[in-house]
Ligand binder design. Structure first.
Ligand code: NAP
Ligand code: ZN
Ligand code: ZN
Length: 347
């Protein structure tokens, strides 16, 4: 067993504080990674505060992990010691169901094992990346190129794949008018990918102050959703909407912005459900859909795409001791555009 320094939530209502635990020994199929950077996802806040229910404490959050491999198991062939590697939102799945066999382990019929706030096959709680090291089965580990700034790569492991996957699934590219709703961690990656794929991209935001940033990130247009006149003018304008909103809101307001046959994909997970009006769908044969992260194969494809096209997340690197303050800033929409913990601050 390896002793680990970490930050953990002990309950839904207390701040994160230092925490020590032990990782399992490296098994034949495992790699051990010394974590360098870990991104801070809004899902960390939802789960730390038990907003989705079922949270397990103590909870060490973090599923946007990049680090260097320090040990490999005897049966691991495709990783080497010293190589950069990444870990995303899950560390195992059943490996046998149709979803797992189709490389979509995130939709495993038997439930994927979350990187944190989950239980492994032995029933032990899983602990995430706000920690100094992690031991993961090599099949659930990603290769990370040496060419990119690694603090900007970490958020690709969740924010990146969660936006890349639906854009690819719905074949978004040239000729599509795309709206990205919410310019936070996921939203800013959605803008980068949608623009890279050739779409005409509009950011719909509650924060007027993010306009210039949206354009710098690659968006072609920007609109403030609090302005009723603007929302009226945008009705029927978009082929595809990717909604990353983390808090409760009215889905119908955004559905109305879709054109004939348009699709809105929800990736944000507000704790409360939202009403969807039939008239908002039938009048223009609109669809509403959801999407959950992406499988290991597609995550590797996304990382390779980013290395080839020089795409990383725009990050604000923080010390782990600033994590509670970072959560408060995210809740106010004050994130530009992903907090990433420098894990050296845990040593
Ligand atoms: P984030 O960085 O905090 O960004 C969320 C953005 O949503 C905010 O910056 C804000 O953007 C906008 N927003 C917040 N409250 C709003 C409100 N009441 N009405 C309208 N817009 C609002 O969060 P994130 O890390 O990108 O995560 C976003 C959501 O996706 C979370 O719910 C998270 O749990 C979920 N998520 C889902 C998956 C998946 O697989 N489906 C994966 C990762 C995360 P503006 O300032 O531009 O308005
Ligand atoms: Zn996440
Ligand atoms: Zn499965």
């Amino acid at each position: 067993m390896t002793p680990i320094n970490a930050y953990a939530a002990q309950s839904a209502t207390t701040p994160l504080t230092p925490f020590n635990f032990e990782r399992r020994d490296v098994g034949a199929n495992d790699v051990q990674i010394e974590i360098l950077y870990c991104g801070v996802c809004h899902s960390d806040i939802h789960q730390v505060r038990n907003e989705w229910g079922g949270s397990i404490y103590p909870m060490v959050p973090g599923h946007e992990i990049v680090g260097r491999i320090t040990k490999i198991g005897s049966d691991v062939k495709d990783f080497t010691i010293g190589e950069l590697a990444g870990v995303g939102c899950f560390v195992d799945s059943c490996r046998e169901c149709p979803s797992c066999l189709a490389h979509e382990e995130q939709y495993c019929d038997n439930g994927m094992v979350g990187t944190y706030n989950g239980r492994d096959k032995e029933g032990n709680p899983t602990y995430g990346g706000y920690s100094t090291q992690i031991v993961v089965d090599a099949k659930y580990t990603l290769h990370v190129a040496d060419s990119l700034p690694i603090e900007g790569v970490a958020p690709l492991l969740c924010a990146g794949i969660t936006t890349y996957s639906p854009l690819r699934h719905w074949n978004i590219g040239k000729g599509h008018k795309v709206a990205v709703v919410g310019l936070g961690g996921l939203g800013h990656m959605a803008v980068k990918f949608a623009a890279a794929f050739g779409a005409d991209v509009t950011v719909l935001s509650t924060s007027k102050s993010k306009e210039q940033d949206a354009l710098n990130l690659g968006a072609h247009h920007f609109a403030v959703t609090k302005d009723a006149d603007t929302m009226k003018k945008l009705q029927g304008k978009f082929d595809f909407i990717l909604s990353t909103i983390s808090a409760s809101h009215e889905y119908n307001d955004y559905l109305n912005l879709l054109t004939l046959n348009g699709t809105m994909v929800v990736v944000g997970v507000p704790p409360q459900p939202s009403v969807v009006g039939a008239f908002n769908l039938i009048g223009k044969r609109r669809s509403i859909a959801g999407s959950l992260i992406g499988g290991i194969k597609e995550t590797q494809e996304m990382l390779d795409y980013c290395a080839e096209h020089n795409i990383v997340s725009d990050v604000e690197v923080i010390k782990v001791s600033s994590i509670n303050e970072a959560y408060e800033r995210m809740l106010k929409g004050d994130v530009h555009y992903r907090f990433v913990i420098d894990i050296a601050s845990l040593k």
